[in-house]
Structure formats: C-alpha cells, structure tokens
Design a protein around this ligand. Structure first.
Ligand code: SF4
Ligand code: SF4
Ligand SMILES: [Zn+2]
Length: 281
C-alpha cells in the first residue's frame, strides 16, 4: 500500500491511495471523520444572556466552533483520573464577556490554555444591540466525531476510484465527447481523442463521453471507455482547523492499525494461536 500526496498543507490535502481495497479506503475515510478526537465545547454556564438567541441556541453555536487541539496534551475524559469532574488533562475552560452593540466572535472566547484557542478568529456567534450582553463560561472536552459531529476534525473527507480512460482505434476524432465532457478532460490531438495533460484525476467517472460517442452512430460499442481502478483511490481531505490534516491522516491510520492488531489478537485467543506463532507460520 502506498500514499502519494498531490498537495498538502495544514488545512487540506489531496492524495492517492494505491494498492488498497475499496473497504479499506472507506474505513480510512470513516476513521478520519469519526475516530480522530478533537476538542469541542460541551458544557456552558451562562451568567448573563440578553441577546436575541436562546441559551440553548448560543450553547449549540459555541459547540460548533473548531478548537485547536494538541493531542499530546489532552486525553478523553473517560480515560482521565478525575473521573469526569474535569481537570486540565481532559478539559479546557473558556470565558466570554461581551457587551453590545457589536458582533460576538469566536475570538472573544478566551481559553485558559492559549494552545487551545478557537481555530478561526472570525466566526460570528451572536449580534448584540446596545445594552445587550453575553457573559459565560464554557468547557471543551476531547471526544470523537462518532459521538457527535462537533468533534469531527474534517469538513470534507471523501474519495473516488482512480479513473481509467481508454480510447480505441475506432475513434475518428469527431470531438463530440470533448464537447460533452463537463470537466475538460479530453482533447483532440493527432487525429484522435486523448486525455489532456494533468487532467485525468479530475474525471468524475460520469461517462457522458461514452454516451456522446454512442450518439454519433459509431455502433453498439463507444470508441471511448471510462472505468474505475478498484485498487487506486483519490482522496480529498479538508480540516476544520482543529488539527493539521497530516495529523488527521496519521492518527486515522494508527487507529486502523490498532483495530486490526486487536482483531488479530482476539482471533488468536479464539483459535488458540498467538500472533507470534502466526508470524512464524
Ligand atoms: S467520464 Fe465524464 S468527466 Fe470523465 S472523461 Fe468522460 S465525460 Fe469527462
Ligand atoms: S465521440 Fe467517439 S469517435 Fe468522436 S472523438 Fe470521441 S471517442 Fe472519438
Ligand atoms: Zn480530567
């Protein structure tokens, strides 16, 4: 199995996963979305709220603000020795105190730990008119997207099969498929249709080109065929700012490895064969 990045920075990545099965690609997608923990606001104590939003609505909006998460510093509450009481190993406190007129932004949430600040400063929370006020305390805890979407570290996380475009000798370069293709994948070159340089990965596998070719009266079989490679996948991942995308991918892969190791162990226990014995066989 191999991963080749086309682009990567802290907020987004595009990469090819090669030599893997469709179920594995889907497991990786699900692990990135639902199994990599992040911090999100879970409890809010409201001291004053004379804004137009109900307390519940305000709490909901606060919960959706992505918070920078250092996974080496925080652990999930159920693993913490404080047993859910909340301490600086498993939670971060924030305070917010704003008086109108003006907009309350995510940057107004002041964290007790400066490393755990909101990932984006300018998320609007509520607009206050003159004399309106919001004063509150909030507590963020670590959890995973499987429990609630507010703990998902990704905003986009999907994959598609790698496209394979084959053009047969029967192509007469009429250009109908080029006109039909919504992604500008095809060009007429040297008396035949071919894939434009660097455009193959943009193909959406919609097969409109095949239909256009059939509509030219070429016969029962189109001169262009598009199929998907079942062992190569193109991933696009965007983070919400709580974690760098590279870390999301690394932690998702480690999670899958852990799951696989524990499954092997369980199978070994049931069958009476240890992992070491299996490796020696
Ligand atoms: S499958 Fe769709 S996107 Fe891909 S080359 Fe054909 S028309 Fe273009
Ligand atoms: S529509 Fe068919 S024959 Fe015409 S250029 Fe495309 S592949 Fe060739
Ligand atoms: Zn704790």
């Amino acid at each position: 199995m191999e991963i080749v990045f086309s682009s990567i920075d802290d907020s987004a990545a595009r990469f090819r996963l090669m030599g893997a099965s469709q179920p594995f690609a889907n497991a990786l997608r699900r692990a990135m979305i639902g199994e990599v923990p992040t911090l999100a606001i879970e409890d809010v104590r409201i001291y004053d709220n004379t804004s137009a939003l109900f307390d519940e609505m305000l709490g909901h909006r606060l919960g959706l603000i992505p918070i920078r998460t250092d996974l080496d510093c925080y652990i999930p509450q159920e693993q913490c020795t404080c047993e859910g009481a909340g301490c600086d190993r498993c939670s971060v406190m924030f305070t917010l105190s704003v008086e109108g007129p003006g907009m309350v932004f995510s940057r107004d949430l002041i964290p007790q730990d400066p490393r755990a600040a909101p990932a984006v400063d300018s998320i609007p929370i509520v607009k206050l008119t003159k004399d309106q006020k919001v004063v509150l305390e909030a507590r963020a805890v670590l959890n995973s997207g499987r429990v609630h979407a507010k703990w998902q570290p990704t905003t986009t996380c999907g994959f598609k099969n790698y496209p394979i475009v084959e053009i047969s000798e029967r192509c007469d370069a009429c250009g109908q498929c080029v006109e039909e293709c919504p992604r500008g994948i095809l060009v007429v070159k040297g008396g035949r249709v071919t894939v434009a340089e660097g455009r193959l990965e943009e193909c959406s596998l919609c097969r409109l080109c095949e239909r256009a070719c059939l509509n030219t009266g070429i016969g029962e079989e189109p001169a262009i065929r598009v199929r998907s490679d079942d062992s190569r996948f193109i991933f696009v991942v965007e983070g919400d700012g709580s974690l760098p995308v590279r870390e999301i991918l690394q932690r998702a892969l480690l999670y899958l490895k852990g799951q696989s190791d524990s499954l092997c162990e369980k199978i070994g226990e049931v069958s009476g064969v240890t992992g070491d014995e299996e490796e020696n066989e």
